[in-house]
Design a protein around this ligand. Structure first.
Ligand code: R5P
Length: 265
């Protein structure tokens, strides 16, 4: 692997622990101004010190994030669909590699929609991005998207999609945690991070999911709603960090959460 590629990856996956807490705030690219992300800068600002990288679109990056930010940027470069449109899987590439370089992105990210009528187009987009990423030393993160079909989140489907992403050259795969997650990790030869998915019922649910994913071999999380839709978003990200980077158990993470929450008052 070339020096630039390695350097960018090590800005995202921290060499000290081999793990990462990526913060995803790219949801507006198909969901619009969703709850708590109406003003991304407001949501993001207190979380910046605790995020190993920030995943977002170029529009929000330019409009809502100061160029003095030190966190590595993972630039969402796929889209072209919306939650009210016909088919979320019908994504294309929205942002060029030159633009990603201009924005000093540490990586680019796109979604693939395996098993849909748009499987081929999204997989070829991944391959093309990897071709360009290899040329310029920019890692590519592939998201094994499920669109509205949340029920697809099982080890058989996610294992298939993750492996295909890795085979096509993705440098990091973002998928969902599921039962038998070890099978997904075992079949994927590149680092895996998990999305959080829709906000879970309790904090403990989020800590347990993170803990189980890390214990099973994920290198971290690329989490959004379970952090920033929480009314105590900073305690949430601190607690998630303790699991990802310090091997905290869910119970210990809960203590971190409670302590940080009491410090907010
Ligand atoms: C979905 O494709 C979006 O790109 C999000 O980045 C991803 O789902 C992670 O966010 P959350 O933890 O809210 O699911």
């Amino acid at each position: 692997m070339d020096w630039g590629m390695k350097n960018r990856l090590s800005r995202i996956i921290k060499p000290r622990t081999g793990h990462t807490v990526m913060l995803a705030i790219d949801h507006g690219y198909f969901l619009g101004p969703m709850t708590k992300l109406e003003k991304p800068e407001k949501t993001l600002e207190p979380l910046i010190p605790y995020a190993d990288s920030i995943m977002l679109t170029r529009g929000v990056l330019r409009s809502s994030v100061a160029a003095t930010i030190e966190n590595p940027i993972v630039l969402r470069v796929s889209g072209g669909t919306s939650i009210v449109g016909e088919n979320l899987a019908n994504e294309g590439i929205t942002t060029s590699m030159e633009e990603a370089i201009r924005l000093n992105a540490a990586a680019v990210a796109l979604s693939i929609f395996v098993g849909t009528p748009h499987e081929r187009q999204t997989l070829l987009s991944l391959s093309e991005l990897v071709n360009q990423g290899e040329q310029y030393g920019i890692p590519v993160l592939a998201v094994t998207a499920v669109g509205k079909e949340l029920g697809k989140r099982d080890a058989r489907y996610l294992g298939l999609a993750s492996r295909i992403a890795a085979e096509l050259g993705a440098h990091i795969v973002k998928t969902y945690y599921c039962d038998d997650f070890d099978k997904v990790v075992d079949g994927c030869p590149v680092p895996i991070v998990i999305a959080g998915g829709p906000k879970l019922e309790t904090e403990m649910d989020a800590f347990e999911m993170t803990y189980n994913a890390i214990q099973t071999g994920a290198v971290g999380v690329d989490m959004g709603r379970n952090i920033w839709q929480h009314e105590h978003s900073v305690p949430m990200i601190k607690a998630v960090r303790s699991v990802v980077h310090e091997n905290a158990t869910p119970k210990e993470a809960m203590d971190v959460f409670n302590q940080a929450k009491s410090g907010e008052a």
